[in-house]
Ligand binder design. Sequence first.
Ligand code: ZN
Length: 503
Amino acid sequence: MKFSKPSLIALLLFLNLAHATDISLPEMGSSAAEVLTPEEEDRYGRQMFYEYRRLGYVVDDPILADYIETLGYRLVAHSERPEQNFTFFIVRSNDINAFAAPGGFVGVNAGLMYVAQREDELAAVMGHEVAHVTQRHLVRAYEKMQKSTIPIALAMLGALVATRNTSGDATEAILASGIGAMQQQQINFTRHNEFEADRIGIGILYRTGFAPVAAADFFKRLANETRANGEGPPPYLRTHPVTITRVSEAHERAEKLVTEEPVVASLYKPDDAKFNLMKHRARVLSSDAPSILVADYQRELKQSKPAQREALEYGLGLALSRAAMHAEAVSLLKKLLDRHPDHLTYLISLAQAEVAAGQHQAAAARLLPLLNDYPDSAPLKIAYAEALIASTKTDQGRLAAETLRPLINKRGWDPTLQLTFARANELAGDEDRALEAHAEVALYTGRPFDAMEQLKRLLDRPSVSYYQRARVEARIAEITPYILELERRRIHPETEQRLGLAR
Ligand SMILES: [Zn+2]
């Protein structure tokens, strides 16, 4: 498949992680909590996540982020550890896969969303991954894994260093051999955890308001479809083999829940219409060939059943916009909006297409009246700010910065938000504030040394206000332990530069 790199990188980082704690090897059988502290888990997960993003594997779209985060947190609220931190994100990959990393980072591939037919199928996979995290399976797997994988970890680290002077081929070979060994092991020691994740995930699914049988149905359908196509199983089924036992246990568990536990009235009602739009949005935004996608959508629309048509039209509208066929995109999205005049996703999507078409005034006018109705909508505020910024006028830049400012406290970890905020401040003439936001973008997109340097440079500027200076100093103090940790692990600025991390 085209995007096989994410799994490679995850593994690489996972192995680096093994290296990071090799100073004090715990005894086999020691408790999971002793191997990695929650803080360490969070730090390693974070590093992996930022690295993913730096390499372009995270679909950073405010509408999709809002969707997957809301769905994820909803599931977590019904898990055994609702207080645990989670970060849900969509991976730019057509492979059918999902995974959890230390620290509660749960990635769902666009390809998995695409093959799911209902929201509860997506939720089933996410609930399963949430259960891996709440049951600390990763840490336990890691605990068993590390002794035997340390040589591989060292080789991998060596491979990274070796790329400085040699061609990439040697690196690839070392990676491939290491990964083969890893995959073999991974399946062996997580299979019993898989059953536990199934069992607990189905409970989460049910208590959230989804059909608990969705997990069994989805796995079975995936297995049947890939068998019918004569393809090998997708990555998710390779790590989560669909056996008769697994499916029947999932079924039994679902039935047991339904008969034993009363349904709670306040349950969430699955929103398949929204899910269908989101899966097409993920498909379009993760594609690197929008014009081919336009043709695909046109063909699929001709063959579609009436029930599928609207989501396909939405996908086509987005694909047209991405393929720079702006007039067609705007006209199609307007048609959808005519049918549902208050549809927030359509309103924002049309406004974005209008901005891309150079009609930023129409876009801003379309979104302005919504700000009062949806005061907490990050996608709406970001889209509105983008429309304002497109005007290239100073006062509009100021208005954009004002619109985004309340969001910065709430989701400052969102690089799309920070980047839009930076551009708004640039336009407004507040270069100091823009630089600070750019430093945050650098940090969250896997360029931590760059971020640190930008923050320090900011302190040299006499124009920086007292309050901003205090804030920047506090931020430097916050990031310093992370930088020191990276330096301990021999990831130096020059390495960052060599790997293309620095700008
Ligand atoms: Zn699993």
